[in-house]
Design a binder for this molecule. Sequence first.
Ligand code: NOJ
Length: 877
Amino acid sequence: MSNPKSLTTLSFLLSSLLGCAEGAAIDKRIAVPAGYVAAPYYPAPHGGWTSDWSESYRKASLLVQNMTLAEKTNLTSGTGIFMGRCVGNTGSALRAGIPQLCLQDGPLGVRNTDHNTAFPAGITVGATWDKDLMYARGVALGEEFRGKGVNVHLGPSVGPLGRKPRGGRNWEGFGADPVLQAFGGGLSIEGIQSVGVIATIKHLIANEQEMYRMYNLVQPGISSNLDDRTLHELYLWPFAEGVRSGVGAVMIAYNAVNGSACSQNSYLINNILKDELGFQGFVMSDWLAQISGVSSALAGLDMNMPGDIHTIPLATGQSYWMYEYSRAILNGSVPVDRLDDSVTRILAAYFQLGQDQNYPSPNFDTNTQDAEGPLYPGALFSPSGVVNEFVNVQANHAEVAREVARDAITLLKNNGSLPLSTSATFKVFGTDAEKNPDGINACADQGCNKGTLGMGWGSGSARYPYMDSPIDGLKSRGANYQFFNTDSFPSNSNPSANDVALVFVTADSGENYITVENNPGDRTSANLKLWHNGDQLIKDVAAKYSNVIVIVHTVGPILMEEWVDLPSVKAVLFAHLPGQEAGDSLMQVLFGDVSPSGHLPYTIPNSEDDYPDSVSLVGFQFGQPQDTFTEGLYIDYRHFNKAGIKPRYAFGHGLSYTTFSFSNASITPVTPLTAVPPTRPTKGETPAYSTSIPPASESYWPDNFDRIWRYLYSWLDKSDADNAAAAANSSTKYPYPAGYSNEQKPGPPAGGAQGGNPALFDVAYDVEVAISNTGSRAGKAVAQLYVQYPEGIAFDTPVVQLRDFTKTSELRAGESQTVQMRVTRKDLSVWDVVSQNWVVPNVGGDYGIWIGDSSDTLALRCGTAAGRCAGGQTSPV
Ligand code: NOJ
């Protein structure tokens, strides 16, 4: 355990050991502000009731009905932290032909391995606004995870949504808007799962800051308090679309929602996810997020990861489930059907993705880069063997990675300096232009900001197979450049009038178990400023050079006011987080091989004061930190528009080297609207099993079993199992939560299929628009479609909200393309907290369907009442 990676995992372990303990603090819910409720919802809905999963459920149930108790509990839990090759390893049921399942991070590539691709991060993918690339990157990711033998990919991340600009992990997702996140997440899932890998949409839900996320000895995890409408219209939206895409797994978040820890929040898992959204796969905990055994089972959790209790017992290997789950079934604390449902869900996902057919076993080890090592690094004594087989899974994925990196590059300002001529003389400033001199993977889980910033830090990172840095890019173009590898302005750069100055600057963030330059995941110290005195560097360069191009690698919004309007700052590009492909992708844009076509996936403010106070990071509070989402729907551009603040750059903004016009728009009604959607389909049959408690003997240790210390097993000593079985007949019962019932419910009106009532996704209107390249260079345009609700409705709604988007192919000068977008019933609805359904607030009302290439340049309006579209309108924003 001497490599830096191991040190980081060790620090995760230590912080868990020291910081966390089971105890009174987590037994009882702490009061949250009035009005924020996590009502009990029981029992956990059985899976298998949608026709698209019925064959997989049939296969799964044939196995489950013949499995022993210990086999079943073994599949619902990890075997312990560092107890296998993957970041999560379930137990197996070999008699039933089910191997251990390998669960592995992360959203931008296979974490902690070799011969992989370090793809651009989610935020970069969002900035492409390109649905084809979202899908194509998903396929490539899926191929790499499959190639490494990973059954369950721990991505995509669509939560955090980006409510807090300083939040540490926004960059893992696709942007500060539910629809952009939904397409990013949904298309990634479809791509990943197209090659048989189970995708995991995470983190359910409202995990909007890193600090205080976990329950610990003295303090419960932070409670995100949000109202039902905000939950549905913002934070749940991308999860609904992910479920609709058929995602096989959901990871719950560390934090609490409305006072109840997500890992045992029955309202969230049973009601919202499994009943309303009709989720058919399995729900796993985030790592060490489980804080109870029976309660979490009843609340709908299906898999405990990585298996251990996150407190002092972590050191010795103890679990709330595994052997305890066997015991809880034998003594009647957890109804048998709950366990059967969890196991069926896990196996149904396995069959749904075809993993019973020639699926590879893991051939890498997340714990070491060495070829050989301990098979169970978390054990005191572990057998050793070959753990890394160095399988190359890269194929031609660098191409899609480069395309994403390139087409995400967002030109925010250009006073005619771009594109550049290769014959120019360049002076290059900023350490971000070149690889980390200590080595591209010198910092475990990328927990430092040194050299070219290709990704944030934490479990969402991957090792770089190589880093194509901007300097590499300049070199391979044969550019005439001089590089000053420092973040302070050098005295020896000898400015000359013809020089083009390229300044590289960064802003980083990551996951809470690593603190980088005083930022514990969230940008607490850096705030929204550039790192390493980037503002000063730009100003110093701008004072000496007259043609300055600023290139920013960033996790999210930054403040630009100190320099963006300086006359010598001629152009500003956001290259976001490009992964390994930082160099050539940028060169293609700088030198005009292509026009930039990225658009901002969030708003750039003028000052941090532009945001509502409620989206600031929550600092220390006695007791459970309370984070109350008082701004409701008004985050990012929804807030700026409501408050009448013109941001520095609006959500969706992005320039090109050419110009586009949008014309000849038309709107066609498709499905007639009704105030409420048609009645949902009823639930189909779900597998039926015996509900009798199995015999205690099904959980006895096998004879002469050679146990590994700290490894988590599902077997019990005979006496423990027998005592548990005897207790089932005692009069003392486990105190079930208030509102508990074991009667399956028909499901809420808003449900009915994966993603919700299928009628929600009926297309209400088709919209077409012709996009013409009116400039003199080739380029791709992005059309963004925003909905404005009719005036006078009973609901307060944001001025405009993104509902669809599309990107053209590369249009030559003068060329046109007609693009299609659609508006669904859900897009025109609001969540009515009283009827608990989506309602169209004014069926015959005149909805404004606005189309433009940024949220603040909407000049083309289609009205649903008249059924006509017109250009040259005054933008609603
Ligand atoms: C915790 C992170 O929140 C989650 O995203 C990740 O998948 C797990 N750790 C496993 O590393």
